[in-house]
Write a protein that binds this ligand. Structure first.
Ligand SMILES: [Zn+2]
Ligand SMILES: [Zn+2]
Length: 383
């Protein structure tokens, strides 16, 4: 939240206006603090590339805290960790984890809040450095208040806050852009590059491939055309006896290990390998997903077909049963009708037979009557 807030504060210049002395102040605080970070936090505390007496050492540390990049022990300890593991998964701001992670994500991640004390034992031995590392807010507050008194609200907004935001991103580009933009001269195990543009923004840290190649050097621009303002200032400080024993690479070191002269670029090779590995893994996962999807569709289709077949079978069976029932029903009806007809015929014949029997009996009775009458007339009377 404070990190995001500081990014928003510069918009307040709409209300404060832009005073010329505030702009000058902003340039001065940017350049001075960038020097404290590059020459102090980086080249002195992290890499010990030259020597300072105890008082200038403390002033360098205090100046560095004004850049709002935490304390010198925290910064230098994590930076030593970066060089030990650069461009592997273990690297805290590994470019392999994406541009935004290496630029700013790692700083916002709570995982790296603590000072890695065992990496920076040499400087953690000084109590005044431990103090300023712990109370790293004193420097920024002092600078902010000073900016207000020098150039008012405009001085605070531009001279302190806007300058701080630019300083942050100016520093972060070394972790992000300096591994993407520029050229590689030396075959280092990482993806560091040399960029003149980044060297302007960072007072000389843009020669990042040189630095990864020869980390103990106080000079990062190895040749006269590789301008390195931090180094020029350190040279000037060495003339007045403040900075001592500035380490620089020998001409033999500068000449060897060059990619152009056939040194195998292991850093780029490894980065490509990692990317290729990721691509292979992704395509494998893709095939798996595709296979699963196809299998799922086939199973679904089979289930649908089976369902249709079952439905069709059921319908056909139903129709057959219906037809059978109808047919048997009709047969039963026909049978019943026939039975009725037969029954009717039978009863008619029975009636006719009964009539015939009755009329036969009547005829027989009439015959008997006529016989008796004839006998009586003939005088033959039976006993
Ligand atoms: Zn690096
Ligand atoms: Zn370094």
């Amino acid at each position: 939240m404070p990190f995001v807030l500081v990014h928003l504060i510069p918009f307040a210049l709409v209300f404060t206006g832009v005073a010329i002395e505030a702009v000058v102040l902003g340039v001065v605080t940017y350049v001075a603090r960038m020097f404290f970070i590059t020459a102090g936090y980086h080249r002195y505390f992290a890499h010990r590339s030259y020597k300072l007496a105890r008082v200038p050492q403390f002033l360098m540390a205090f100046g560095g805290t004004m850049a709002l990049q935490k304390g010198p022990l925290w910064w230098a300890g994590h930076h030593r960790e970066h060089h030990r593991t650069s461009d592997t998964e273990a690297d805290i701001h590994s470019p392999l984890r994406g541009f935004w992670w290496s630029h700013v994500g790692w700083i916002l991640c709570d995982k790296y809040n603590d000072t890695p004390t065992d990496r920076i034992k040499d400087f953690a031995a000084y109590p005044e450095l431990r103090f300023i590392n712990r109370f790293d807010w004193i420097g920024p507050w002092a600078l902010g208040i000073a900016c207000y008194f020098i150039a008012g609200w405009s001085g605070l907004v531009i001279g302190f806050f806007l300058s701080t935001v630019l300083l942050w991103h100016g520093t972060f580009v070394i972790n992000s852009l300096a591994h993407v933009m520029g050229r590689r001269r030396y075959a280092t195990e990482d993806t560091s590059r040399n960029s003149a543009i980044l060297a302007v923004v960072t007072l000389g840290e843009g020669w990042h491939n040189n630095h990864h190649y020869h980390q103990s050097s106080a000079r990062q621009g190895f040749f006269w055309w590789e301008f390195d303002i931090s180094y020029y200032v350190l040279r000037a400080l060495s003339w007045v006896g403040i900075a001592r024993d500035l380490k620089t690479p020998s001409s033999q070191v500068k000449a060897s290990n060059r990619i152009k002269q056939g040194a195998f670029d292991i850093g780029t090779f490894r980065a490509h390998l990692v990317r290729a590995g990721a691509a292979v893994q992704a395509s494998g996962a893709n095939v798996g997903t595709r296979l699963a999807t196809t299998g799922h569709h086939a199973a679904e289709k089979l289930a649908t077909t089976g369902h249709h077949a079952a439905e069709k079978l059921a319908t056909t069976g139903h129709h057959a049963a219906d037809k059978l029932a109808t047919t048997s029903h009709h047969a039963a009806d026909v049978l019943a009708d026939k039975r009725d007809v037969i029954t009717d015929g039978l009863s008619q014949r029975k009636e006719a037979l009964e009539g015939f029997v009755r009329s036969s009996i009547e005829s027989a009775e009439e015959l008997a009557k006529a016989t008796r009458l004839a006998q009586r007339q003939l005088g033959v009377v039976p006993d």
